[in-house]
Design a protein around this ligand. Structure first.
Ligand SMILES: [Zn+2]
Length: 189
């Protein structure tokens, strides 16, 4: 297993729709283990493949720290391969989100409360589940990474302006994190 460096919001890999995972290979299984190890090391509750520079439709979550604190119980570590989410737009709610690719930025995001998700687990068994509340929020955040969408995209113009300096600092590598980021290329003079 290995801890992989995480890319920041300005990396183009986070803006491309990710490619479907075609087959279950030993390399894929190692990659899944690496995603978990990287997520836990960074104290994250979810991590999507594009965040470590791989444009693949796969993400891992372990949101128990949040869901237990919010009285929603526990789900344990889970792997979502080639997921498809359908959300119920009837009830939306706001909550603060952060992202390992956007360190030190936390903002309120409006999302549907309830979703239905279809996916393959790490053994390539197909599942269909319904989720609500915080677990559904975490799944939607990670799913967005596979579509090239970041939580800051949902912010209004005013909030976007307020975080602009912070984003520029991240882009130029002026950010301290407890976990490894992909180093910024030095700008040629
Ligand atoms: Zn994220």
């Amino acid at each position: 297993m290995a801890i992989l460096p995480i890319v920041t919001y300005d990396d183009p890999v986070l803006r491309n729709p990710a490619e479907p995972v075609e087959s279950n290979t030993p390399e894929l299984q190692t990659f899944i283990d690496d995603l978990f190890e990287t997520m836990y090391e960074a104290s994250g509750v979810g991590l999507a493949a594009p965040q470590v520079g791989r444009s693949l439709r796969i993400f891992v979550v372990d949101a128990d720290a949040i869901t237990e604190a919010e009285g929603e119980g526990t789900y344990g570590p889970r792997v979502y391969i080639n997921p498809e989410i359908v959300s119920d737009q009837d009830y939306l709610w706001d909550a603060e989100e952060g992202c390992l690719s956007i360190p030190d930025v936390r903002e309120k995001v409006t999302r549907p409360d309830s979703i239905r998700i279809r996916y393959l687990d790490r053994d390539f068994y197909a599942h269909e589940e319904e989720h609500q509340g915080w677990f559904a929020r975490v799944l939607q955040h990670e799913y967005d990474h596979l579509r090239g969408v970041l939580f800051i995209d949902y912010l209004g113009a005013f909030r976007k302006r307020l975080i602009r300096n912070k984003l520029n600092e991240i882009k130029s590598g002026n950010v301290d994190t407890e976990y490894s980021l992909v180093p910024k290329k030095s700008i040629p003079k």
